[in-house]
Each structure stands twice: as structure tokens, then as C-alpha cells.
Design a protein around this ligand. Structure first.
Ligand code: ADP
Ligand code: MG
Length: 688
């Protein structure tokens, strides 16, 4: 099979140089790539409904009989109108109208039956449909694939070429999963899956095909995640036996909440006595006070004589954590170290020396922590903040620097409960589910751009009464369609009477120093508006900020909107979040209304899952593990769960490494490891 699958796409009937080039831009180079280019959606012709239902259920089809054809009418603008009369099965009259489509109008014969679908509307006692799609009822296929078209190749042409490709390889498709797995989980063969994912016989076969493909992708996903060192609890000698939490609490300017206490206790139990390294995920909503947890654990670790690391995804956040920790621990005898990429060489070297000699007890940093030159004396605990920003491989890398250190990953984007178990199968999970005292609900509004001026006067009032405001734009540069860019927005603010002295800009293309300056003046309160891109999304904590405006809000997913909103409502001022968008797409409207109606991150994540499907939650941020290529829906969770169970069984049984039947699974995993190297990550040891 391999060879046919790897045949250059140019050898496929119907693919010339031009098409090959277009395909190449879509990353389709071989016949196998084309077969794995799955449809984006399907055009369904099954189960015709009556016209009344078709008006409500968009996309459904109606069975009709043509009863009459009218003579074409020439319209003023030069268009020609073709009108036909039809009857539905329940004898409702339907006018079928085409403009200029003689071909289609001629195709329909009086007295014959057809299936039609399109935008049906009701007019008094009859129905009307303009330019419907038509199908003969005896056509065998009921479901047609729709591919994401690209300039120059239509979905129909792709379907035709996929058909050619399938007929070429059909008889030589070798199944990559052993039959025992196929049988245990009632999966169809790979050949059947390829056939039916593109040209489903019916809905049942489509489901079978999807199940099979989703299963395999998640099966590989789990195997490759498990193969990364540090993703399971391992034996360790690091024993954080004495609990210094109470001492730490006495340094804090506030009282820790019972939920914070509980989570810290759960972690301390993992880190002492067990003889196994902690491997825990902390799920907490935005602003639930996770930094305190990290700090308390780091404190106890350091007081037990080990080094603790707090890793943040951005320099801004690392610096903020460092300062918070310095504040908390100013009365203690511990040494704190900050390390990140844009430090001067001399400074960095000094920091690395301190770390290697064990002079630094608690180290806060960014990716620079992974650098070869950073070695630890006795690393005891690694806390990763905003873990979704890091790849699993990156986490593994730091773990390798210690001798089975304890690991806590903190996620600020709550993962739906139904997925957390699957995504982090072998992590223990702590949940921080208590709102901090004194927090008020953030009032959230969705407004169209036509109300922006009114919003500006509201913002001015907020500033006059001592507040501070974040404004988030989706883009830095101009010229991206209708997206407002930062510079244009800045000009608009100035022309609307906001003072330039009170305004700073912050975006990813600025140097770390410039970013730091902008952020600092916002923290100090000398500027009142921080106009930024999503760089502020992650973790920034400015309690005095009490409003956030998100422009082109349709560009963001729920979890991102919720993250952004979490930048406000951190002090005692009443806070606002304003989503500005004119989009009326179904998904955007759903997202906005979820945001307006709820501030509960866990609830929102479930909503997000329903809108986006589970596939999106995997892969994209997890460098080095397979991407999920097929759009998934909420209903796919059960097959994803089965894939995980199966992966676990296979690892436990030891068959993956020894059994010949798993050779092609091993090969696939190997090829994934190869792609890691391409991504620039060190290949980790496989520890099946
Ligand atoms: P997140 O969970 O989003 O990382 P942070 O750790 O940044 O939240 O905490 C948000 C803010 O709440 C910080 O200013 C922090 O000092 C404060 N905070 C944390 N715990 C408490 C508490 N128990 N009582 C009052 N304020 C707290
Ligand atoms: Mg945080």
C-alpha cells in the first residue's frame, strides 16, 4: 500500500501540472494525501420532508413532480426568467424559478419526479424556490462530499479526483490497526472508512467511517502523548515531607480560600510520602487565584531544600509572577531568580550560575528555562502556568532536567469536564472552583459597531471615575478585510477626544522592553487605556482595570473571550466587558450570548465544546503530537474515549513494542517522532 499511497499526485488521472501546483499549496502532494483530504461537510439528500418542514429545516430536500413549464420571460435587465410549476408529495404547489439557467430548466421534464433543495419560502398559499439544487431520485448516492475548495479547484473536481484515487488504491489498502482492536471496538476496516468518508453509502456508513478515522487519530494521539517522558507518575526520591503552607499563608495580605487550601493540601499529599512524583493538573477559572497555589507549593519545596520552578508562557507573565512572589516572600530567607530570553547575556549567565549552584531556591522563567545551559542543582517541583500554551514535549523537556521532579500544570482555560479525563488521562486533577471573596460579576454586553460612540462616552465616564480600560483589537496591521487594526483604532480614539497621554499600545511585534514599559505604565495607572492585541490574554493581573472592550469579537473563540474578560473584575470596582461585533453568524451569536449570560468558565467550556467539537481541544497547541484532521462534534466524545481506553490497554499489555501486529502502529508513531525533530524539539526518550 505504502508505495501507491506515496505516489506523486501528478500520476493521478485528471491531475495536470496546474492542478498539482494548486494541490501542493494545500499540502497535498501524494495520492495518499488526497485520500486523507477529508470532506469538510456533506450535502445530504436523504429523507425528503414536506415543504412546510423544509422552510424550517434548512438543507433538507423535498420530493416533487414537475407539473408545468412556462415560457421563458425576458426581463428588463437582460435576464431570462424560467418558471416551472411542481407539486410536492403532500400536494402543495411550488414555483421553481431559475434566472438565465436554460440548461437546468430544460433538464427538468414535466411529469417526472425529482428531489430539490434550496432556499424555500412560503408565499400565501404556495411555495417558491429560486435556483434549487436538483437530483434524480434514483441516483444511488444520498450524501455527497463537500470539500474546502481552493482557488482553481472546485469541490466537485476534488470529489472526482478522490474517486480516481480511491479506485487506484482500493485493493491495496492495508489496515493499520490490528483486527483485535477493530473487533473489540466495532470499527470498520480502513478501506471501508476511506470509501465512506468520501462517498458514504448512507448515514450509518458515514458514522462508521468517521468513527474509524477519529478512533485511529486519537489512538495515535494518546500513544504519542504517553510516550513522552514525564507524562505519568514515576518513582521518585524527592520527598517534600514538611508542609510549610501555614507559614506561607502568614505572609499573604489576604486569607486563602478553603478551595485554595484544599488544592494545596492535595498537592502536598502527592509530594510527600508517596514515593511517586506528583503529576497533577490544576483546573481553575480565570482569576480564581492559582498563583497563590503555585507560590505555596514552591515555598514548601524550597524550605525542604529543593529548587522549585514556575514556568510562564510569556515574558510579561513571568515578570509579573516574579514580582508577585517577591512580594509574598519578602520576609522569607529564600532567593528568587527570574530568567527569560531577552535578558542580557551577562545577567543570564549569572542567573544560570545561581541556579546550577543551588543559590536560587525559586526560579521563575519562560522558555529560556529549557535552554541547554540552564542546569539545576536539585530540581524538586515544576509548575507550568497557562499550560495550554506549551506543547507536551516542552513540558517533558524540563522534567528531564531533574530527577523525577514533581509536576503541576495549571490551566486557565477550563477544559470541559467530559474532556479533561480524556486529554489528561493519567494526570490527577484538582479543581479550584471557588470565587475569590469580594469579586463582583463582570457585566457583559454585546453591541454592534453603530453603538461604538455611545460606548466611548461610557468609557470616558469610567476613566473620569478612576477606572482603567483594556481595548483588544484582532489585528496589528491594516488591510485585513473589515478587521480594525490597532493604529486605525488609536487614531479613532484620539479623534474622539481621548488624550494621547492616557493611551498606550501593546502588541506582539514590539520589543520585550517596549512591551514591559507599556505594561508598567498601565500597572502604575499613569495611562488609562491599554490598546492591545491578545498578548494581554495570558494571566495579566491589574486589579484597577475595570473594563475590557473586545473589537471584532467574532474573531475569538469562547475560551479566548472568557480569558480576555478575566483581565478585569480583579479588584473591588464594578467591571464591564463589551463585545463589539456586527457578525450575525449562528456561531458568533451563540458565543456572544453564552458570554453575556455566564461568567462560569466551566459552563462556558462545555458550550465551547458543543460549538467547536472536541477535536479542536486537542492537537493544535500540543506541538509534536498528531493533529486531528477531521472535524469532530460533541457526539464524538464517546469514540474518543474508546480510543484512549484502547491505547491504555495496548500500552499495559506491552504488545505495542513486541507484537508484530502492531508494527504499522509503531511505524506511524516513529514517523511522528521524526516530525518532532522537524519541529525543532529534542526527541524524547520513549518510555513504554
Ligand atoms: P489566576 O487564577 O487567574 O491565575 P491570580 O492568581 O492571578 O488568578 O489571582 C488573581 C488575583 O486575586 C491576584 O491579585 C491575587 O493576589 C488575588 N488573590 C488570590 N487569592 C486570593 C484570596 N484568597 N483572597 C483575595 N485575593 C486573592
Ligand atoms: Mg494566572
Amino acid at each position: 500500500m505504502a508505495s501507491l499511497f506515496e505516489t506523486d499526485i501528478k500520476n493521478l488521472k485528471g491531475v495536470g501540472n496546474k492542478t498539482a501546483l494548486l494541490f501542493e499549496n494545500m499540502n497535498i502532494k501524494t495520492i495518499g494525501d488526497l485520500i486523507k483530504f477529508y470532506p469538510r461537510s456533506y450535502d445530504e439528500w436523504s429523507e425528503p420532508v414536506n415543504p412546510e418542514e423544509a422552510c424550517i429545516k434548512k438543507g433538507s430536500c423535498i420530493k416533487i413532480k414537475i407539473t408545468r413549464k412556462y415560457l421563458p420571460i425576458k426581463l428588463k435587465e437582460g435576464k431570462v426568467l424560467y418558471k416551472l410549476l411542481a407539486l410536492s408529495e403532500d400536494l402543495k404547489v411550488i414555483d421553481i424559478i431559475f434566472f438565465n439557467s436554460k440548461y437546468l430548466a430544460d433538464k427538468l421534464k414535466v411529469g417526472k419526479k425529482y428531489l430539490i433543495k434550496g432556499n424555500l419560502s412560503k408565499r400565501l398559499d404556495k411555495y417558491e424556490i429560486v435556483a434549487p439544487k436538483i437530483k434524480e431520485p434514483e441516483d444511488s448516492l444520498n450524501i455527497y462530499p463537500i470539500y474546502s475548495p481552493t482557488r482553481g479547484i472546485t469541490s466537485g473536481k476534488i470529489a472526482l479526483l478522490v474517486k480516481n484515487a480511491l479506485s487506484l488504491v482500493r485493493d491495496s489498502i492495508y489496515d493499520s490497526l490490528p483486527s483485535e482492536i477493530l473487533n473489540n471496538y466495532q470499527l470498520c476496516s480502513l478501506a471501508c472508512a476511506y470509501e465512506n468518508i468520501h462517498f458514504p453509502k448512507d448515514k450509518t456508513f458515514l458514522k462508521l467511517a468517521r468513527n474509524r478515522i477519529i478512533f485511529e487519530e486519537f489512538f495515535l494521539y494518546h500513544l504519542s502523548v504517553k510516550s513522552i517522558k514525564g507524562s505519568a507518575r514515576e518513582k521518585t526520591n524527592i520527598n517534600i515531607s514538611k508542609d510549610f503552607s501555614e507559614e506561607f499563608y502568614s505572609f499573604l495580605p489576604f486569607k486563602v480560600t478553603p478551595a485554595q487550601r484544599r488544592v494545596i493540601r492535595e498537592c502536598m499529599e502527592d509530594m510527600s510520602l508517596s514515593g511517586l512524583s506528583m503529576n497533577r493538573l490544576l483546573q481553575g477559572d480565570v482569576g480564581s487565584g492559582k498563583t497563590v497555589i503555585a507560590s505555596a507549593l514552591a515555598y514548601s519545596t524550597a524550605k525542604n531544600g529543593y529548587q522549585a520552578v514556575l514556568m510562564a508562557p510569556t515574558e510579561l507573565l513571568a515578570r509579573q509572577h516574579y514580582e508577585t512572589l517577591c512580594g509574598f516572600l519578602s520576609c522569607s530567607d529564600l532567593n528568587l531568580e527570574l530568567i527569560h530570553g531577552s535578558m542580557k547575556n551577562r545577567e543570564k549567565k549569572k542567573a544560570q550560575e545561581n541556579i546550577a549552584e543551588g543559590k536560587s531556591n525559586i526560579i521563575v522563567g519562560t522558555h529560556a528555562l529549557f535552554s541547554e545551559k540552564t542546569l539545576f542543582k536539585n530540581l524538586g517541583l515544576i509548575v507550568t502556568d497557562e499550560q495550554h500554551r506549551f506543547g507536551v514535549k516542552q513540558r517533558g523537556k524540563l522534567v528531564n532536567k531533574g530527577n523525577h521532579p514533581h509536576v503541576l500544570v495549571m490551566s486557565a482555560t477550563p477544559i470541559p469536564r467530559s474532556l479533561a479525563l480524556i486529554m489528561y488521562g493519567d494526570l490527577d486533577v484538582s479543581i479550584l472552583d471557588q470565587v475569590l471573596p469580594g469579586r463582583q460579576k463582570i457585566e457583559t454586553h454585546h453591541i454592534p459597531t453603530s453603538k461604538r460612540l455611545r460606548m466611548f462616552s461610557f468609557l470616558k465616564e469610567l476613566i473620569n471615575s478612576g477606572g482603567q480600560i483594556y481595548i483588544v483589537c484582532a489585528s496589528i496591521e491594516e488591510g485585513q478585510g473589515n478587521i480594525l487594526d490597532i493604529e486605525a483604532y488609536r487614531k479613532m480614539l484620539l479623534s474622539e477626544g481621548f488624550s494621547a497621554n492616557l493611551l498606550e499600545v501593546l502588541h506582539g511585534k514590539m520589543s520585550p522592553l517596549e512591551k514591559q514599559r507599556a505594561m508598567q505604565s498601565f500597572i502604575e495607572g499613569s495611562i488609562k487605556i491599554l490598546l492591545s492585541t491578545t498578548v494581554i490574554e495570558v494571566g495579566i493581573d491589574v486589579p484597577n482595570a475595570n473594563a475590557i472592550v473586545i473589537e471584532n469579537a467574532e474573531r475569538f473563540g469562547i475560551s479566548q473571550l472568557h480569558q480576555l474578560r478575566g483581565r478585569v473584575g480583579r479588584g473591588n470596582k464594578k467591571s464591564y466587558c463589551i463585545l463589539v461585533s456586527d457578525s450575525c453568524s449562528k456561531d458568533s451569536v451563540r458565543r456572544f450570548s453564552a458570554m453575556v449570560n455566564s461568567t462560569d468558565g466551566f459552563f462556558l467550556s462545555e458550550e465551547d465544546l458543543k460549538i467547536r467539537g472536541p477535536g479542536d481541544f486537542f492537537g493544535s497547541n500540543q506541538h509534536g503530537v498528531p493533529n486531528i484532521s477531521i472535524p469532530t462534534t460533541y457526539e464524538d466524545i464517546s469514540i474518543i474515549y474508546k480510543a484512549q481506553c484502547s491505547a491504555n490497554e495496548v500500552i499495559k499489555s506491552g504488545k505495542l513494542m513486541s507484537d508484530l501486529k502492531f508494527k504499522s502502529v509503531r511505524d506511524k508513531l516513529d514517523s511522528l517522532k521524526f516530525s518532532d525533530a522537524a519541529l525543532g524539539f529534542e526527541t524524547n526518550k520513549v518510555v513504554f
